[in-house]
Write a protein of this length. Structure first.
Lengths: 348, 79
């Protein structure tokens, strides 16, 4: 075996990791004083003024969101690499409906998944005899309790709201999966899916990856993600900053307040075309929540943005009829509306 | 002559993997044909549930990730 040419010097991982972690922590802690100093001292804007508050919000949030995405997302992607879909399928096959549905929803949080894998995954599940309701529980929870959303919610709002969001998302996925599992949906699957015979060639591949390979993958995919969403993040924070500085609380309370029964359906309708811009939308949500938008309305907005994906529906059309997609979408929307109304009614 | 197949419906990662695979063929200096498989039935027939997948001479070597060009070149020369 010939040695392959190494194209760049390799600094050992044990050296890089502590330096990166230290730099990240320093950046995280100087961010707030630095943003305030830049807005109020360097630019000389007045504290409490519309422009001053908006600029400070922007200067604080851009580095904060980027740090969260670059740092925490790398760690999260690394951990997720230990839960590939093949492992999930092995864990779910042959279990009872309830444990399998709960399990599939939980795997949705940790299993790395992009909508372009939706079809192979769907077929792989059908082949293994996993009930449709269980598969749907995964397809609901995977984008909804998505890692970008959770990381940003945790970083910007704290663990309380992040965990609340996760709990609500899992509940929608489990209940949605159980409801869909009770319906006779098999006849709405495209016939060719049932005829496909899957091979077993890829089943144990993930076990071969070393820790360093997983780290490298995590960093590569995170860089890729940040490059893809950067523009949306900056636009989103810009809008958030405008809301934070200029939109009066009374306006938000009037339009989106708890007394307006249409607020939840309206935000869900607005959210549907915003798919895939979760990273850009959360700063807007942050500003709205700060202006007193009720929590239920806010959570419903977030969930609808990440969970209802028109591109994914187009992809799923390859394996299921339009009717089945409509039923699936309808159940998800109903679940999101229920979360919105419930949390608003509880007055959280 | 090696047959390298990139399994994926045409998303960004699949295109990236195809480019990396070309780079790997150049590094390894082997003769290889690169095919991009977009047909779902064929992807699933390899037992792949997360794309992109990489197949060399009919054997699945990687799923759900983009290996480095050096890694792929290693598989090309040893397999």
């Amino acid at each position: 075996m010939t040695a392959l040419p190494v194209r760049r010097a390799h600094v050992p991982f044990q050296v890089v990791a502590p330096v990166v972690v230290a730099a990240w922590l320093v950046a995280w802690f100087v961010n707030l004083p630095l943003a305030n100093w830049a807005a109020y001292d360097l630019l000389g804007l007045e504290r409490g003024s519309h422009v001053g508050d908006a600029v400070a919000f922007f200067l604080l949030d851009v580095p904060k969101v980027l740090l969260l995405l670059l740092g925490i997302m790398t760690v999260v992607s690394f951990l997720r690499s230990y839960f590939p879909p093949e492992r999930m399928r092995a864990a779910l096959a042959g279990r009872g409906t309830l444990p399998a549905t709960v399990g599939a929803a939980a795997f949705g949080v940790v299993t790395p998944f992009c909508s372009c894998s939706a079809v192979p995954l769907f077929i792989g599940f059908v082949e293994a005899g996993i009930p449709l309701g269980v598969t749907f529980a995964f397809l609901i929870s995977s984008p909804m309790v998505n890692e970008v959303a959770l990381v940003l919610l945790w970083g910007l709002f704290g663990p309380g709201i992040a965990l609340l969001y996760m709990g609500a998302g899992l509940a929608v996925a489990i209940i949605g999966g159980l409801v869909l599992g009770r319906l006779p949906l098999e006849k709405w699957i495209e016939p060719w899916v049932l005829a496909v015979r899957a091979g077993g060639g890829a089943t144990s591949l993930d076990l071969r990856l070393s820790v360093e390979q997983r780290m490298r993958d995590a960093w590569t995919s995170t860089k890729d993600l940040v490059r893809r969403v950067l523009l949306y993040v900056i636009i989103g924070i810009g809008i958030g900053a405008f809301i934070h500085g200029f939109v009066p609380m009374e306006l938000i309370a009037q339009i989106g307040g708890r007394d307006n029964p249409f607020a939840v359906p309206i935000v869900v309708a607005i959210a549907i075309p915003l798919y895939s811009n979760a990273a850009g939308t959360i700063p807007i949500v942050e500003a709205l929540l700060g202006k007193g938008l009720p929590l239920g309305t806010t959570l419903a907005f977030m969930m609808a943005i990440v969970a209802i994906s028109l591109p994914e529906f187009v992809i799923l059309r390859r394996v299921m009829s339009l009717r089945l997609i409509a039923v699936f979408g309808g159940v998800v929307v109903a679940g999101i509306l229920a979360v919105g109304f419930l949390f608003n009614a509880l007055g959280l | 002559m090696k047959i390298v197949e990139v399994l994926g419906p045409g998303c960004n990662n699949c295109k990236r993997l195809e480019a990396v695979a070309r780079e790997a063929v150049a590094i390894a200096g082997v003769e290889a044909e690169i095919r991009h498989v977009t047909d779902y039935a064929e992807i699933v027939a390899h037992g792949v549930m997360s794309t992109p997948g990489l197949v060399i001479d009919g054997k699945v070597v990687s799923v759900g990730r983009i290996p480095s060009a050096n890694d792929i070149a290693g598989w090309l020369t040893t397999a």
